[in-house]
Design a protein around this ligand. Structure first.
Ligand code: NAG
Ligand code: NAG
Length: 350
């Protein structure tokens, strides 16, 4: 072969390789953006309720840092391995049910750390329940989303009393003053309104996910990013093996919380729920409106706000369900299918 011919071949090959490398780099650098756009679209399909309510609200998402190679080390998932064989781990509408043994928190954390979501943990501390706040927050500091960007929001009718607790908290804590309710029932009904209002004012600017919890719970074990999802509810530990007819749904058609006898999936406990700010906004707004209509009609739903909450979730299915391991109560003993008690609820030592 002549020298010029070899040079030509080398020149053509070099150009092709250069071109391929340039395209490859482009694809690599676009990856973050595509992931972002694709996932946001997946998160907010057109028909998602609440889309029109908080226009323009997007998840805060920092794309993966391209200069850090992503490595994930863990044993390969085995398709023949059943994570739990005695409990349902997927609802009939294909939402995962989170039990101990069904997830690998290292994989989930890796994914979370690339996205850096901001999480708001709201807690209601009203009246004598303020006395439980210290214990609650201490347990949250220890167990709640260890590596996460978490803000605490305390709803209280007595901000001075909360300040007097001199809480030693490593994360941002905001105190949100709410009206003085005459009793606990009014306070839990009012919480839907408070969450709705504060989403309009504050949460949509500050966080991506909202988690709502009661003060009379204490976290006993880690609660991590496995709980995150668009709309997430917890199966009530007192009814998780109950038949439909024994679930305490509101069955009177006069209430807005009415669920017909032949409908309903699980009974969810309203003292722990979470989701994207947008989904929680739609949930709390709908429940608030139902509660207002009931009030005008002189009817109170069977289990207060929890009845409205359950009604909502029959027709707006949760995208992830947490097992009763996430809201256990020591009074219910230690059945075999509860492998870990992540939360204890209802120990009211004031
Ligand atoms: C990406 O990570 C590297 C190494 O930790 C750091 O030096 C760099 O500033 C990061 N870049 C961005 C854009 O965050
Ligand atoms: C919620 O917002 C509405 C409208 O701004 C206001 O009238 C109402 O008092 C607020 N409720 C609470 C509990 O903050």
């Amino acid at each position: 072969m002549s020298k010029p011919f070899v040079s030509l071949i080398i020149f053509i090959m070099g150009t092709m390789i250069g071109f391929l490398i340039s395209k490859w780099l482009e694809v690599g650098s676009l990856r973050g953006r595509w992931l972002e756009v694709g996932s946001l679209r997946g998160r907010y399909p057109e028909e998602v309720p609440g889309q029109d309510l908080l226009q323009g609200l997007k998840l805060h998402w920092m794309p993966a840092n391209g200069s850090l190679p992503i490595r994930t080390h863990y044993s390969k998932p085995d398709i023949g391995q059943i994570p739990r064989n005695e409990v349902m781990i997927l609802t009939p509408w294909l939402a995962p049910i989170v039990w101990e043994g069904t997830f690998n928190s290292d994989i989930l954390k890796e994914d979370y750390q690339q996205k850096n979501y901001r999480i708001g943990l709201t807690v209601s501390a009203i009246g004598k329940y303020i006395k439980l706040l210290k214990k609650f927050l201490e347990s949250a500091e220890r167990y709640f989303m260890k590596e996460g960007m978490v803000n605490y929001y305390v709803f209280t009718d007595s901000p001075d009393e909360v300040k007097a607790l001199n809480l030693e908290i490593s994360r941002t804590l905001r105190i949100i003053t709410v009206p003085e309710y005459s009793n606990w029932e009014q306070a839990v009904l009012g919480r839907m309104e408070v969450l709705k209002n504060q989403t309009e004012l504050l949460f949509q600017k500050e966080v991506d996910y909202l988690v709502s919890l009661d003060t009379d719970v204490v976290m006993l074990n880690p609660i991590g990013v496995e709980i995150l999802g668009d709309l997430v509810s917890v199966i009530h530990p007192g009814f998780y093996h109950s038949q439909r007819k024994n679930l305490p749904y509101e069955r009177r058609p006069a209430s807005r919380a009415f669920i017909p006898e032949d409908e309903g999936d699980f009974y969810y406990q309203a003292n722990f729920f979470l989701g994207t700010v947008q989904r929680i906004y739609h949930l709390t707004k709908t429940c608030y409106e139902g509660i207002q209509i009931d009030k005008a009609n002189g009817i109170q739903a069977r289990v207060f706000e929890e009845s409205h909450f359950n009604k909502y979730l029959v027709y707006n299915k949760p995208t992830k369900v947490l097992s009763p391991e996430y809201i256990w109560s020591n009074s219910l003993g230690s059945p075999k299918d509860i492998k870990i008690k992540r939360v204890n609820h209802g120990d009211k030592h004031f």
